[in-house]
Design a binder for this molecule. Sequence first.
Ligand code: AMP
Ligand code: MG
Length: 487
Amino acid sequence: MLTFEHDYKTLPEPLWVACRPTPVETPTLIAFNQPLAHTLGADDIPDDDTLAQWFGGNTLPPGAEPVALGYAGHQFGNFVPQLGDGRALLLGEVIDRQGKRRDIQLKGSGRTPFSRGGDGRSPLGPVLREYLVSEFMAAIGVPTTRALAAVASGEQVRRQLLEPGAVFTRVASSHVRVGTFQFAAARQDEQILKALADYVIKRHYPDAASADDPYLALLEAVVARQAALIARWMSIGFIHGVMNTDNTSVAGDTIDYGPCAFMEQFDPRKVFSSIDQGGRYAFENQPGIAQWNLARFAETLLPLMKVEGEEAVEQATDAIRKFSDIFATEQRTLQADKLGLAANSEQASRLMEGLETQMARGGMDMTATFDALTQYAASCDAQHRDALLSLTSQPDTLTTWLETWQAEMAAGKDSARLDAMRRANPAIIPRNHRVQEAIEAAYGGNYAPFHTLLEVVTHPYDDSVDARRLAAPATSSEQVLRTFCGT
Ligand code: AMP
Ligand code: MG
């Protein structure tokens, strides 16, 4: 079905270690992403039982040569020199229909040499959450790993309680993380580090190869992609939850969905993750944290750079500083789109700041606010205006803001701008209580809510009865206050 290659295995060990999945008791297919499989070049999809055997880790799909990848990482600011795939295995890479090399990885497939004390398994809840959220991100065009399959294991995993287990199959541009570079750098073997950097340049940033200093160019390119990625996150209220350097993809994908969640009532300091007690990874901290992670990446590249010593540090620091400008530029464009304004509108940032204040003070749901604003922009009628005003506890101040916005919006409003506004403001997000509800039903053996929610979040611009029901913000009793890691 998939034609595997093993380019990553041309890199020296211990960047990878061969390891086989541990079979599970009764693998049962929960979901398989046919359209994604098609883009990966698969024509002949086997029956569900074969898919469950393959993507539950019981038999290997033809051509797979599983390896666990080595990486290190700063976890909540503390450096751990060896983490690695403790519960994941790279089956190999496939070349997709656009000629892009993509990793196929099992997650929850059993212990590996990097497992430390862990059981190598995943509970069902985090598998379903990652499936839903990553496919939603893909549907709205945010760079992300993808979900190819979810398989119930028929086994229990012990976390705080016993939970049903599952194996997730993920597709990624690659699994090279900032932590992979930290792992190579910590071994103080420049050959490994250089092999890794050259590999990443070849695979993700081929233009850097011909730069005056390819490794500085690599750093600049990774900075630019991360800045663009985080700007997208901020524009939709996405909170990753565990922005450790081992969860920061060098290719610029959103990766390692753990206790991630979407902000509902607008609050820049919002944190959901139960393990983020200091609020290090709060919504508003995400750009700064990404920049901090990139500084750790830069440190690993210093020995490879063309210039040495202070000069290398200076050049790397300049590259990291550029994050702020690139982020600001990306953010301005997204803000203009979200507000239905021209890309070069000088008012966009100021109006966005004003609206954020309105949302925060008026207790407004971020997604519902932008959806209502989009509908009002299209119709300009009293009914949609009232719908928007009904979202705030302070309609008077919002009315004042609306007048300023409308004056700016009216200048040069056209259908292309309204289209861009609609795309920037999906009516649907995987709302935390809906994700939770789908997970709870699945724990009771009912996967229907998961499938319905998946259908809705992967068509975030469609209007349907299910979409309208699942788009609604949580009532106070439905609200999810905390999310938990899969680990
Ligand atoms: P994560 O929280 O998924 O980003 O994982 C952080 C680190 O812990 C990675 O090295 C994982 O491979 C490892 N890890 C997480 N859960 C498990 C588990 N159940 N068994 C073994 N290793 C794990
Ligand atoms: Mg991780």
